[in-house]
Design a protein around this ligand. Structure first.
Ligand code: GLN
Length: 468
């Protein structure tokens, strides 16, 4: 049930939007107790929208699952956190939701995630465990683990996630689905609960590259409510999808194939590269020399921005409020202490530290400079090549709990995805085979394709050639 095929069936009158919703509700009832991708869903509300759906619109009548940090009017928006789980209901639609509705789609389902999108395994959700449908002993990746697991498990047709340092691409890779992080400014962030505002982007998780193009088409474009959203035309993402890779120059950065990569990941990524070469792409060895600094840079900048963004959760306006505060300061402290989980607290402490006077220049200021160097690495690379190919993650999905109490190990595993956010460029993860790993067989591996700013169409075109 891809989005594209359902669309044809809907237009031909072979199915209805309500039938699709009932089918999904059945699939969720059958399997989601094991996968744990859905935090909640409102079938009645979705059916009411389905009854009014205009099937002639590009996504007419099609349900799309939504990560639980994107506001949908009247629905919960927990961000995977206790602080918002008790009583918060969204008072408005995020711009991406408004755009999805304008394209005829129906937001259906609130999907689990790491708390405030901080993590790479969905183990930091304060609300429930999400399992990888390919192997329930294993993580689905994160932080958009719920969206990825549901699409892989066919309990959702397509989903929206958010990607601050890899949170769409990495779970897509671990679950064997397609995940696209658009260029910074391509998609409005209005109504996405902010984690690190200079890095966050909303992107689709889908079964196919074509479906990713369809969803991006609907959500991309200018929004006066987000000052960082670009006022530039949105191209037709389907037009060049099948143009192939003949004559394209594709760069393979040596820094992304060093030690620490699982041999099965390397083998699958290398065969995908061979496949593109066989279709006429020219493969070029390149260097992105500042790659080794990406983890340190990101884990200064992202917590710094998070510490500022999360200061709004103070027990006053929304979210959890402590029961018997001694005074106003005690109310802030206890509400936050009771509401936030350990990883969020760690990031707030780290972020506050790197921004504090005396340390600002040494950490935050320095990280901003290295960020510029990382962006320049890509600018130089794109003088030579049309796109860059790499693994998404060093290993396939690990076992749940394997990195417990080892956040540094977890941070290091983000090495291949963080740079795209720091540079503001688009990236896609497309399935490129399966491998055995750590006692398991058939674990999915993703190929990452990175391109110049606003070149999503090119990424989709290359990804399509991998998928075929
Ligand atoms: N894993 C990274 C982090 O923990 C990225 C998360 C994301 O993209 N939201 O910050």
């Amino acid at each position: 049930m891809t989005l594209a095929s359902l669309r044809r069936q809907l237009l031909a009158g072979d199915t209805t939007s309500a039938a699709i919703l009932h089918h999904l509700a059945g699939e969720i009832a059958a399997r989601d107790s094991l996968t744990g991708a859905y935090l909640s869903y409102d079938l009645e509300a979705a059916l009411a929208e389905a009854a009014l759906a205009d099937l002639t619109l590009p996504l007419g009548g099609i349900p799309i699952a939504i990560k639980d940090n994107i506001n949908v009017l009247g629905q919960p928006c927990t961000c995977g956190s206790k602080i918002l789980a008790e009583n918060y209901r969204s008072p408005y639609d995020a711009t991406v939701i408004r755009k999805l509705r304008a394209a005829g789609a129906i937001p259906f389902g609130r999907m689990n995630q790491d708390e405030f999108a901080m993590g790479s395994a969905t183990e930091n959700s304060a609300l429930q465990t999400t399992r990888n449908p390919r192997d329930p002993e294993r993580i689905p990746g994160g932080s958009s683990g719920g969206p990825a697991a549901a699409v892989a498990d066919a309990t959702a047709i397509a989903a929206l996630g958010s990607d601050t340092g890899g949170s769409v691409r990495q779970p897509a890779s671990h679950c064997g689905v397609v995940g696209l992080k658009p260029s910074y400014g391509r998609v409005s962030r209005y109504g996405l609960v902010a984690f690190a505002s200079s890095l966050d982007q909303i992107g689709p998780l889908t079964q196919t590259v074509e479906d990713a193009a369809l969803v991006l088409q609907a959500i991309a474009g200018f929004d006066p409510l987000d000052s960082t959203c670009l006022d530039v035309p949105v191209p037709d993402y389907l037009a060049g999808l099948h143009h192939g890779v003949h004559g394209l120059k594709l760069g393979v950065p040596k820094e992304y194939f060093g030690t620490g990569i699982d041999p099965g990941v390397r083998k699958n990524v290398e065969s995908a590269i061979q496949k593109l070469a066989a279709q006429g792409a020219e493969i070029v060895g390149i260097s992105l020399p500042h790659t080794e600094h990406a983890v340190a840079t990101y884990y200064v900048i992202a917590p710094a921005e998070a510490s500022s963004n999360l200061s709004r959760f103070d027990g006053i306006r929304y979210g959890h409020r402590t029961a018997k505060p001694a005074d106003i300061l005690d109310l802030y402290k206890k509400s936050r202490d009771e509401g936030f989980g350990p990883e969020v607290k760690r990031r707030i402490i780290l972020g506050t530290y790197v921004l504090s006077s005396g340390y600002y220049d040494a950490f935050y200021g320095r990280a901003q400079k290295v960020r510029t160097l990382i962006r320049r690495d890509f600018e130089a690379a794109f003088q030579q090549v049309d796109a860059v190919l790499s693994p998404v993650a060093p290993t396939p999905a690990r076992k749940i709990g394997a990195f417990a109490n080892d956040p540094l190990h977890e941070y290091l595993s983000d090495i291949f995805t963080l740079s795209a956010n720091l540079a503001g460029i688009p990236g896609i993860s497309v399935p490129c085979g399966t491998t055995h790993f750590d006692g398991a067989t058939n674990l999915p591996v993703g190929l990452q394709i990175l391109g110049p700013h606003l070149c999503e169409a090119k990424l989709l075109q290359i990804a399509q050639a991998v998928e075929v």
